[in-house]
Design a protein. Sequence first.
Length: 395
Amino acid sequence: MTKRLALVSTHPIQYHTPWYQALTKHPEIDLNVYFCHHATPKEQAAAGFGVPFEWDIPLLEGYPYHFLKNVAKEPSIAYFNGLDVPEIADLITQEHFDAVLVSGWTYKGAWQTFRACWRTRTPVMVRSDSHLHTQRSALKKMLKYPFYRWFLNRMDAGLAVGQWSRKYFEYYGLPQDRVFLVPHVVDQQRFLSEAAHLSSERDALRSAWSIPPEAVVYLFCGKLNDQKRPLDFVQAVGLAHQQNSNIMGLIVGDGSLRQSCEALAQAQDIPVKFTGFINQTALPRAYAASNMITLPSDGGETWGLVINEAMFSGLPALVSDQVGCSQDLIEIGQTGDIFPMGQVEQLATQMVRYAEDLSRLRVMGKHARDKVQSEYGIEQAVHGVLEALEWVAKR
């Protein structure tokens, strides 16, 4: 029997589009997506990307959607009251959905949705990638615990993106049988196709960024901000290059720390190339030009979807032990490796070790691609939603 599912999200997000499209195509799901806001290019820049832009891939095709009227005095995705959509309460009352799925809970629109579901006894599910490794003061943890335990237990199901987010739900008291794995996914077909198309063009792609053909390229791809720790990456490349002169860095992205990263690289003569912000359609070129991706982020990196993209592109990954996807996507020596967050010398040592055997890196890249295809693809994300829908229907 077809289930009518409403999905409430802050705004169109490039990673979510293929998931929405797959849910729409499934014969057992009648999906309606509700957005609280349409982020402007200026807001994208303020969110940490460093430059105003619009995504150059379609975000609103292949699924039914509706932009809710946002009555906030200052509409924004950046703060709780910036997404105020009282309209959602009437929609939930009138439409009689079989279930409502809410992405996160740190915005007013999510709580307006929760209250409407509780009032109408509409089953409500929440999806989150939060984990317990994000640094918080002991006082904040103590104050959060009773409140989070109360409201998460009122959810009919928790949709976890990986191991750490599953443990997060369970820590706050949601029973195991009400937690379902709905992994983070990307547009896997696009990255697989582009990787195959660009596989023979690595030298030409590198030439565009003045990277020698023989270089061993470690890639950093993301916002250049404190959470991502790009300065750790630059320092590690510098130390690794001292031991292996073929090692270089490629930084794709922009943000508040770009100037500091460039200054450090110039002052210490570290071979790192900066591309600036690259939009989605050009991103596969950076993956094709690289040997391994690196993500040195702190615990604020609740997942790290750039790792999914890179793995579908055939790259293994070096990630810090605070990155949310580390326990799910990284099989040490098989799909990548893990280093202690902030330990620049340890990261450099691992860079040197893997640079010594390029054939091993290629094999690891194949293993990485196989892993995300078999365990962290769109099919698995749709299956998790179906399992949750079946569960809440029984409840």
